[in-house]
Design a protein around this ligand. Structure first.
Ligand code: XMP
Length: 319
């Protein structure tokens, strides 16, 4: 892609001009935006870049290892894998209110990031994968009456608190352009095409209190569900798909015995920008097969429902 090639050269030149020989840090989430930003920064300034991947214990099955392996081993970036599961899950213990969960996670994220950033001597810059729509959104919301449905957590506010200057090499790009750039930078297609994943992670897919037991069950069910979607060739037709584990146990029967296990809800939506969404019209066959697989393969779940709520009035996530 000629245009993207030119953009890339220009972006690299701007990054070099801005940061000189100073160290830069970057919060790597494993999402497309921060991944492409990190890859571009790395191409521009190599080992001046250190990425911090915060593992809050609310990631999907094998996710942390896959992200760290890809960036560290495959792409040779400096990555700090911050293992902070105990901290996050400890503070979330007994908390069931959705906004309280987000606030705890957002606060700890900043604390943890700061702790690791402090270890990088002379760091002056913080790189972020801010896209053009993010820039527009933050402008159009300022000044007007703010109606917050969910307090989205990201690293907003972080640079000021830490006295760091921002590097935002994707500020002029839309999502589809970021994907093109990511491919050019050598990120695998499977990675570029991943569904969005929220900052608070599985916490908002586990309504009610979060326990390690529920998270383990949720991770396994989610992995089976996504496997089904990929096997049926549906992954790229769907904006986002995930399982939510419900805070209720229901009675079932398996073999000769009675079970009393968690119920779960499958969610899959189509969307252009996440602002509105329609539930995905799976066939009954697909849904039946998937429910059977989840209940057979995941100990702890004995009932499966499909969420057919569109947005509005629902939201995509359950919290
Ligand atoms: P909702 O549930 O509000 O989600 O319809 C719209 C899109 O935003 C994602 N989402 C979040 N992303 N931090 C994030 O980074 C958050 O707190 C958060 N909450 C929701 C959601 O996954 C969907 O893509």
């Amino acid at each position: 892609d000629w245009t993207m090639d030119a953009y890339r050269e220009e972006a690299i030149r701007k990054i070099k001009d801005q940061v000189g020989d100073k160290p830069v840090i970057c919060a790597l989430s494993g999402g497309v935006d921060s991944s492409v930003a990190a890859a571009l920064l790395h191409e521009a300034i190599g080992d001046q870049l250190t990425c911090v991947f915060v593992d809050h214990g609310l990631l999907r099955l094998n996710e942390a290892d896959e992200v760290v392996a890809m960036f560290r081993d495959h792409m040779n970036l400096k990555v700090i894998h911050a293992q902070e599961q105990d901290l996050f899950l400890g503070e979330l213990e007994g908390v069931s209110d959705p906004e309280t969960k987000r606030k705890i996670i957002g606060r700890l994220f900043i604390e943890v990031f700061q702790k690791y950033a402090d270890q990088i001597e002379g760091a002056e810059f913080l790189a972020q994968g801010t896209l053009y729509p993010d820039v527009i959104e933050s402008v159009s919301f300022s000044g007007g009456p703010s109606v917050t449905i969910k307090s989205h957590h990201n690293v907003g506010g972080l640079p000021e608190k830490m006295g760091l200057k921002l590097v935002e090499p994707l500020r002029e790009l839309f999502k589809d352009e970021v994907r093109v750039l990511g491919r050019e930078l050598g990120l695998p297609d499977s990675f570029i095409g991943r569904h969005p994943f929220p900052g608070p992670g599985l916490a908002i897919r586990c309504p009610g209190e979060i326990t390690r037991e529920k998270l383990d069950i949720l991770r396994k069910a989610d992995a089976v569900y996504i496997d089904q979607i990929r096997k049926h060739g549906l992954y790229d037709d769907i904006w986002q798909a995930f399982v939510a584990i419900l805070p209720v146990r229901t009675v079932g029967v398996m073999g000769d015995g009675r079970t009393y296990d968690f119920a779960c809800a499958l969610r899959a939506v189509t969307s252009v920008d996440g602002m509105t969404a329609d539930y995905y019209p799976f066939t009954h066959e697909f849904l039946g097969e998937t429910a059977t697989r989840i209940i057979n393969e995941v100990k702890g779940i004995n009932r499966c429902t499909y969420d057919i709520t569109s947005k509005p009035p629902g939201t995509i996530e359950w919290e």
